[in-house]
Each structure stands twice: as C-alpha cells, then as structure tokens.
Design a protein around this ligand. Structure first.
Ligand SMILES: Cc1ncc(COP(=O)(O)OP(=O)(O)O)c(N)n1
Ligand SMILES: Cc1nc(C(=O)O)sc1CCOP(=O)(O)O
Ligand SMILES: [Mg+2]
Length: 208
C-alpha cells in the first residue's frame, strides 16, 4: 500500500497558478478547497506567471491555505521549491527532472508523472511514481504546448495494463465530460479552467 498518497486524493485535483486567475488566486484557492478539492498543484508557469521570490512568496501562502484544509500541496516541475514550501510532492512530465533522480532526492514525497502515449508508459519507471497524470484527454487551450488529445481510450489503455495504479485524467476536462474520464478507469480528474473559469466555484467542484 502507498502510504504517501491515497488514490482518493486524486478525485478532484485542482491545478493553478496566478496566470490562470482574473482575481485573487488565494481567494480562488480558498473557495476551491472549501468546495471540496482533494489535491492542489501549484503550477506557476507560462505567460504572465511569477518567478523568483514572487513565486516563492505566493507558493508559501498557497501552501499554508492547503495545510489548513489538510489537502496535499504538490509543486509542478520546480525541484528547488519542494523543500522551501514543505510540499507534499512534485509533479513532472517526460521532459522534466527524471523520476529516478527525483526519487533519490525526495524518497518520502509524492511523485506524479505525465504520460501521453504507449512509448512514454513503456519507458517510464512507473514503480517509482505515486500516480500518473494521463492526457490531454480532451483538447485544451490552457496549456500552449499541450499534445494532441488522446481521448478516454488512453485512460482505458493504462488501466488495462495497470489495474491498481493511481491515475488522474487531465486536459480539457469539464463538469460535462468528467464522468466519462472516471468511467474509463481514472481515479480522478485534474483541472485548471473548469474551476478557474467557473461562474460558481462551489457548484463546479461539486459537479466534478
Ligand atoms: C496531474 C498532472 N498531469 C499532467 C501534468 C502535465 O505535466 P507536464 O507534462 O510536465 O507539463 P507542465 O504542467 O509542466 O506544463 C500536470 N502538470 N499535472
Ligand atoms: C497542465 C496540463 N497538462 C496537460 C497534459 O495533457 O499533460 S493538459 C494541461 C492543462 C489543463 O488545463 P485545463 O483543465 O484547463 O484543460
Ligand atoms: Mg512539467
């Protein structure tokens, strides 16, 4: 059994950085937590995102809010932020720090890895990860360098090969298509815009 992370904590996985917000990111995060998100990933990345000390300061505030709700706080990409933010874990993709290296650096942290196709799956040290992020399931405009959508078939394919592996679907997931991702075998859905662009955050998190 994995003691770092339970697959239930992937159920409503919210990802965000200040670049995704029109209003105060801290308020948005508080609303999402209060509505019931089960994990949070600090992804300060892309056009308009903060860097350096500004990123660190925002990360500290977000980390503190997640701690109040007892919700895992995962850092995207940036190994330098894991210890200063006392993050519960880190999420990386195929072109980020290799998983073997990460597991040596952070033996007790949650490690998530993105996989988008069979080749990536076959060549990744899955046994060193705590969960996989599978996608983009649907087309997304949130990430400028997102790959071609892979559909719910990709979730089914991973689930078929790894019956017990924690999997979260990501990319273009909305309140209208989230159920199909779960039905395909994912333990949860990871979303940015379904929450950041929602008119009513509480309702969006509930519907997810
Ligand atoms: C839960 C989850 N799944 C996938 C990703 C994408 O990671 P990556 O491919 O490294 O791309 P960036 O997010 O770094 O642009 C993710 N962040 N979270
Ligand atoms: C950060 C990220 N990674 C993806 C992947 O496929 O690996 S798609 C994506 C963006 C997800 O945003 P939205 O929920 O607004 O589509
Ligand atoms: Mg990455």
């Amino acid at each position: 059994m994995n003691t770092r992370f339970s697959s239930g904590q992937l159920r409503k996985y919210f990802i965000m950085g200040s670049q995704n917000c029109h209003h105060d990111p801290l308020q948005l995060l508080e609303s999402a937590l209060s509505a019931g998100i089960t994990s949070f990933q600090f992804r300060e990345k892309g056009e308009g995102s903060l860097t350096g000390n500004d990123k660190l300061v925002l990360g500290r505030k977000m980390r503190a809010i997640c701690a109040r709700y007892g919700v895992p706080f995962i850092v995207n990409d940036d190994i330098e932020l894991v210890e200063p933010l006392k993050a519960d874990g880190i999420h990386v993709g195929q072109n980020d720090v290799p998983i073997n290296e990460l597991r040596q650096l952070f033996p007790d942290k949650v490690i998530g890895l993105s996989v988008s196709n069979k080749n990536e799956l076959a060549n990744s040290p899955i046994q060193l990860t705590d969960y996989l992020g599978a996608g983009p399931v649907f087309n997304t405009t949130t990430k400028s360098d997102a790959k071609q959508a892979v559909g719910i078939e990709w979730i089914k394919a991973i689930r078929n090969e790894y019956p017990d592996l924690p999997i979260v679907g990501i990319g273009g997931i909305t309140i209208n298509n989230a159920a199909s991702v779960l039905e395909a075998g994912a333990n949860g859905v990871a979303v940015i815009s379904a929450i950041t662009k929602a008119k009513d955050i509480t309702e969006a998190v509930q519907y997810l």
